[in-house]
Design a binder for this molecule. Structure first.
Ligand code: GSH
Length: 222
């Protein structure tokens, strides 16, 4: 049995959505962010920087969302393109692209204080935002042109949910906030998210973590 260590609406949600989509049994362990639970020796052994998610498996403990999603794909055929399939190379390329060009920039967008002084925080956010917009535009065009089999809402992979969660967060900020990036600006991705949010896995996670009905396209952040 797996254990997913989570905080509602944090990066653990990408793993939870994937586990629910593929009906993989797991236990969910809520981490209390109000206490210093993420600083405990036990948690830091799983996730050295104290970041969510952490994930316990029979093969050992893991952290890093992308690593967990890739590992789950290797254990559970159908969750992502198999290593021998023709879709594997593009799947890996775009999964890592999303991690590097979107998720990592989101960290600067949401926490500019961690990578710059207070005086340059606004510039840091604007730069991160611009880089995310470029990356989203590239993915949107790729989806419109290639229609990849691994990013369809009617047959999702872990990648749909990872991208969906990242776009959820940015959709959820008020339009006046620099971290707001509307998915409507990316029509292929927006329609994928729109279809994705009515799937049973999305509905169930919405209920479990209190996320509302339109969890990707019109979210209320927790
Ligand atoms: N590179 C990590 C980033 C995970 C991450 O930043 N998680 C956030 C929640 S969404 C976190 O734990 N933040 C707490 C903190 O930064 O102290 C991954 O992909 O899993």
């Amino acid at each position: 049995m797996y254990t997913l260590y989570y905080v509602p609406d944090w990066a653990s949600l990408a793993v939870r959505l994937t586990l629910e989509e593929f009906e993989i049994p797991y236990e969910a362990a809520l981490i209390d962010n109000e206490t210093n639970e993420r600083d405990s020796v036990r948690f830091r052994k799983m996730s050295p920087l104290g970041l969510i998610p952490a994930f316990s498996t029979p093969h050992g403990d893991m952290c890093e969302t992308t690593a967990i999603l890739l590992w789950l794909g290797d254990q559970h055929p159908g969750l992502s393109p198999a290593p021998s399939s023709q879709e594997r190379a593009p799947y890996l390329k775009w999964l890592l692209f999303i991690n590097n060009a979107i998720h990592n920039n989101i960290l600067s967008l949401f926490h500019p204080d961690r990578v710059s002084s207070a005086a340059s925080a606004n510039e840091t956010m604007q730069n991160a935002r611009a880089q995310i917009q470029v990356a989203l535009g590239i993915i949107d065009s790729m989806v419109a042109t290639d229609q990849p089999s691994w990013l369809r809402a009617d047959k999702p992979t872990a990648l749909n949910y990872y991208l969906g969660l990242l776009m959820r967060w940015m959709n959820g900020f008020d339009v006046s906030h620099p971290a707001h990036i509307s998915s409507k600006e990316y029509p292929s991705l927006h329609s994928m998210l729109h279809a994705l949010e009515s799937r049973p896995a999305a509905r169930k996670c919405a209920e479990l973590e209190g996320l509302g009905n339109t969890i990707f396209t019109n979210p209320t952040l927790v």
